[in-house]
Design a protein. Structure first.
Length: 266
C-alpha cells in the first residue's frame, strides 16, 4: 500500500509538472496569440514567452507575415462579349489578429473566395483590349476593392497582380490579323508622311535652283559623274533643258520644197 501511495504521489507530481510546463508558450517575432478566457476574448499576447492558464485560457496563433495566394483561373466574359480565362496572385497580411479570428471563420478561405468573385466582376466591366493592355489600372482597382472589403476582417491587401490571360485560338488569330492591319496602316501613314516631306524639300530645292541657274549645271555634272561610276550597260542620259530651248526656234523655220506647182512650170 505504501508503494502504491508513493506511485500515486509521483503521478500527481508528474501531472502537475506537465500542466505547469504546458502553460508556457513561445511565440515567434511574426506571430501573435489571441487569448480567450473562458470563451471570451481576453487579450493579444506575443511575441516571446507567454503564459496561458490551462483549461481556463485558450490561444489561437496568427501569422502576421505577408501571405502569397494564387487566385485560380476564372472564366470571364468581357464587356465586348469575349470569353477569357484569367488568373492572378494576391498579396495580403493580417493587421488586426482579433478581427481576423473573431469576425471571420477562416480568413484565408474567405479572402480567396472574395478575390475570385471580385476579379470576375471587375474584369467583366472592361473590354478585351483593356484587359490585355491596362493591367496596371486593373491591378490597382482590384487591390482597392479587396482592401476595402477585407478591412473589417483585420486584413490589409498589399497588391494584386494579374498573371496570365488565356485566349481562344480563334481570338488569337483575330488579334494577329488586327495587329497586322494596324502595322500596315502605320506603314502607309509613314510612307505618305515621307512623300509629303520629300515634296516640301523638292519644292524648296526648286526655288533655290530657280534663284541660281548655275546650280542646275553643277547638278547636271554630278549626275553624269554618278552615271559613269555605275557598271550598268544601260545609261539614261539626261537632256539639258537649255538644249530644248535652243532647238525650239529651229522647229518654226520653213524648209524649201523639192517640187513646184503646175502653174509655175507653164
Amino acid at each position: 500500500m505504501i508503494i502504491d501511495f508513493i506511485y500515486f504521489q509521483l503521478l500527481i507530481v508528474v501531472l502537475l509538472v506537465m500542466l505547469f510546463t504546458s502553460a508556457f508558450r513561445i511565440l515567434r517575432e511574426y506571430q501573435r496569440g489571441v487569448i480567450f478566457l473562458l470563451g471570451r476574448f481576453y487579450k493579444i499576447k506575443g511575441p516571446g514567452l507567454i503564459l496561458v492558464i490551462p483549461f481556463v485560457q485558450q490561444m489561437v496563433r496568427v501569422d502576421l507575415r505577408i501571405i502569397t495566394m494564387d487566385v485560380p483561373s476564372q472564366d470571364i466574359i468581357s464587356r465586348d462579349n469575349v470569353t477569357v480565362k484569367v488568373n492572378a496572385v494576391l498579396y495580403f497580411r493580417v493587421l488586426d489578429p482579433q478581427k481576423a479570428i473573431i469576425n471571420i471563420e477562416n480568413y484565408l478561405e474567405a479572402t480567396s473566395q472574395l478575390a475570385q468573385t471580385t476579379m470576375r466582376s471587375v474584369l467583366g466591366q472592361h473590354e478585351l483590349d483593356e484587359i490585355l493592355s491596362a493591367r496596371d489600372t486593373l491591378n490597382a482597382d482590384l487591390q482597392r476593392i479587396l482592401d476595402q472589403s477585407t478591412d473589417g476582417w483585420g486584413i490589409k491587401v498589399t497588391a494584386v497582380e494579374i498573371k496570365h490571360v488565356d485566349l481562344d485560338e480563334s481570338m488569337i488569330r483575330a488579334i494577329a490579323r488586327q495587329a497586322e492591319a494596324e502595322r500596315s496602316r502605320r506603314a502607309k501613314v509613314i510612307h505618305a508622311t515621307g512623300e509629303l516631306e520629300a515634296s516640301k524639300q523638292l519644292l524648296e530645292a526648286a526655288r533655290m535652283l530657280g534663284q541660281q541657274p548655275e546650280a542646275i549645271q553643277l547638278r547636271y555634272l554630278q549626275t553624269l559623274t554618278e552615271i559613269t561610276n555605275d557598271n550598268s550597260k544601260i545609261i539614261v542620259f539626261p537632256l539639258p533643258l537649255e538644249l530644248g530651248k535652243m532647238l525650239q526656234p529651229m522647229s518654226h523655220t520653213t524648209t524649201p520644197t523639192a517640187s513646184s506647182s503646175p502653174d509655175e512650170m507653164t
